[in-house]
Design a protein around this ligand. Structure first.
Ligand code: AOF
Ligand code: ZN
Length: 379
């Protein structure tokens, strides 16, 4: 009674195997940046005979791992991969050639690779070799999995994920400044776990002064590059040498993004002596780092993804600049009211046509709180 080719959950066999491919790719999280999360399967007569996923420090691409495991069983088999196979000589030879040489009959993919070195050439090369190519299998899931890589390739800037933890009325502190803790332990742990998938965490100096946070990845899972703590400061340079992020800068990188301030050179050199890297970018109209310039600079330094953790001023600046791709809000079912501090400062919208809208939202309970996630609408 099943629909042709579909299992009891309504998925086709291609979709079910692509789901497994995406699950494999996910295992690379925290160890692929600035490259994509890629998984691959070799399937012969409905049986998985090879698996692979991309993970640094090995430069080997997912497809090649899967082909290696399959060995001679790859002859006449189908290869699943969530990203178009590469067709260029990079750190490794092109996967298209390995696929052709192995005798693969059909390639099933989720999304095209926008990397200008590939961008359709991988599929074209496979077709030219007589391989059947089927793409756009679970394209929404494939796009989400590589949301960082896709923004990097298409916009040449880091992917920006704004993380908030607020009361039901969108506040992050009471009118006296009390802020620890608005959300419960489970939500705080979930927020910390997000850090594992990111290259850098951004906070404003106000947050460092108020909370003196550690801003570390405490998942205990392997990551191939250390998490970078990026502090955004104005020309006043208020980041104190005594801050935890400065005191530990030798073991866990801390970068300061600021604007040129000749009267603060002594403070800056003291921070540098503690191992803080200082980046100067042009000032915006408030005398704070111009965010597009700051992101450009961070991208050039290898930061492919940034988790913005606050506070109100920095979150507001990112929202005003519309440099937010994704938002996760841990929402506590409590109301602060009165003059409590808003999670998002900045200029804000004047009309309702100017608000930053989220789409594809999901909400799920986390302990006694809720995690709301959405993507900035591009319209
Ligand atoms: C990966 N892993 O499994 C696949 C990738 O820097 P290279 O030479 O390793 O090339 C990286 C590019 O290759 C990457 O940006 C993407 O376009 C393509 N596919 N990359 O790192 C993989 N399949
Ligand atoms: Zn490749």
């Amino acid at each position: 009674w099943l629909n042709a080719g579909r299992d009891r959950t309504g998925m086709t066999q291609h979709e079910a195997l692509m789901r497994e491919t995406l699950r494999l790719a996910e295992q690379g999280r925290g160890r692929v940046s600035p490259r994509p999360l890629v998984g691959s399967l070799v399937v012969r007569d409905g049986v998985i005979v090879g698996r692979g996923f991309y993970h640094e420090p090995e430069p080997t691409h997912a497809e090649v791992w899967a082909l290696r495991e399959a060995g001679s069983l790859a002859q006449g088999a189908t290869l699943y991969v969530n990203l178009e196979p590469c067709s260029h000589y990079g750190r490794t030879p092109p996967c298209t050639e390995a696929i052709i040489a192995a005798g693969i009959k059909r390639v099933v993919a989720s999304i095209r690779d926008p990397n200008p070195q590939v961008n359709g050439r991988g599929f074209a090369r496979l077709c030219a070799a007589g391989i059947e190519v089927l793409t756009d299998v679970l394209p929404v899931e494939g796009t989400r999995l590589n949301e960082v890589f896709l923004i990097n390739q298409l916009e040449q800037r880091p992917f920006v994920h704004l993380k908030l933890a607020t009361s039901l009325d969108g506040r992050i502190a009471t009118h006296t400044g009390a802020s620890q803790w608005i959300t419960g332990a489970a939500a705080r742990a979930a927020g910390q776990a997000l850090r594992h998938g990111y290259d850098a965490i951004a906070v404003g100096t106000g947050t460092v002064l108020a909370d003196n946070p550690q801003l570390t990845d405490r998942t205990g899972q392997y990551r191939h590059r250390p998490l970078v703590r990026v502090v955004f400061d104005s020309a006043r340079v208020r980041l104190p040498v005594t801050a935890h992020v400065v005191q530990t800068a030798q073991v866990c990188p801390t970068w300061l993004v600021t604007v040129a301030s000749p009267q603060r050179l002594e403070d800056l050199s003291r921070l540098e002596q503690h191992g803080v890297r200082v980046f100067y970018v042009e000032a915006d109209e408030h005398g704070r780092p111009h965010l597009p310039a700051a992101l450009n600079r961070l991208f050039a330094e290898g930061i492919a993804s940034l988790l913005v953790e606050g506070g109100s001023t920095l979150a507001g600046a990112f929202v005003d600049a519309r440099l937010v791709d994704k938002v996760t809000c841990f929402l506590a079912p409590r109301i602060i009211g009165g003059g409590g501090l808003n999670a998002i400062g900045g200029q804000g919208a004047t009309t309702l046509e100017e608000t930053l809208n989220l789409t594809d939202g999901t909400i799920e309970p986390v302990g006694t709180d809720f995690a709301l996630t959405g993507y900035a609408s591009r319209t």
